[in-house]
Write a protein that binds this ligand. Structure first.
Ligand code: PGA
Length: 254
């Protein structure tokens, strides 16, 4: 597909896959997508599988991401994982502020912005998730919600850091539900996000930032979504747990 921005397709395994299962998945994935140069491909296993998966993909075109990290750099924070610990496994990306963490761990925009700054300090690229609930969409406040999540979660980032940041627009009502936003609905919000980025960092920066779509992306709808002018990749949950589905999403998006 002909776009200035290189597509980024990331698989968010969530709380799935033992080490052995994760290794099987990436082994097949490496076989299927090894020739792909046009798209950046990332897998985000649970923390427990990062080390082994990292070794398996080290010589491939697949990069490693984590699903979360602490805003702190180290110390007495039981159960937390620091950016430097992720770097040991060559983690290049970290998903921040996924709607499940916003909902179940009550993560706020200001916490997410702190995490983003910590990630950048360690040269890990944050994938910052935003999205409205069904109730918010139906009450016609989608743009208010997205605008405030974007401004809050990106607070304090320099323009240089912005260029190394990925945004994922994931309408909460489309996650794991089988309901995808139509490509027009998604494009409208992606365009809006780019407008907000342009207000924050200017046009030149805004045009270079990658904005992924997430929410029931499947092999069958990937091409149509990726053909939208402001959609620059996908954050894939359910379909990333199966090597065939995930690789088809990648191959159909070229
Ligand atoms: P889904 O999840 O593809 O299963 O809808 C997307 C996500 O939560 O990142």
């Amino acid at each position: 597909m002909d776009k200035d921005r290189k597509l980024l397709i990331a698989g968010n395994w969530k709380m799935n896959k033992t080490v052995a299962e994760g290794l099987d998945l990436v082994q097949e994935l490496v076989r299927e997508v090894n020739q792909v140069k046009e798209i950046d491909i990332v897998v985000c296993p649970p923390f427990t599988a990062l080390s082994e998966v990292s070794k398996k993909i080290i010589e491939s075109n697949i990069r490693l991401g984590a699903q979360n990290m602490s805003e702190h750099t180290g110390g007495a924070y039981t159960g937390e994982i620091a950016a430097e610990m992720l770097k040991e496994f060559l983690v290049r990306y970290v998903i921040l502020g996924h709607s499940e963490r916003r909902q179940y761990q009550e993560e706020s925009d200001s916490l997410i912005s702190k995490k983003a700054l910590t990630a950048h300090a360690a040269s890990i690229k944050p994938i910052i998730c935003v999205g409205e609930t069904l109730e918010q969409r139906e009450s016609d406040v989608t743009k208010d919600v997205i605008g405030s999540q974007i401004r809050g979660s990106l607070a304090g980032l320099t323009s240089e850091q912005m260029l190394e940041t990925v945004i994922a627009y994931e309408p909460v009502w489309a996650i794991g539900t089988g309901k995808t936003a139509s490509s027009e609905q998604a494009q409208e919000v992606h365009h809006f996000i780019r407008t907000v980025l342009s207000e924050l960092h200017g046009d030149t920066i805004a045009k270079q930032v990658r904005i992924q779509y997430g929410g029931s992306v499947k092999p069958g709808n990937a091409r149509e979504l990726m053909s939208q002018p402001d959609i620059d990749g996908a954050l894939v949950g359910g379909a990333s747990l199966d090597a065939k589905n995930f690789s088809e999403i990648v191959l159909n998006s070229i």
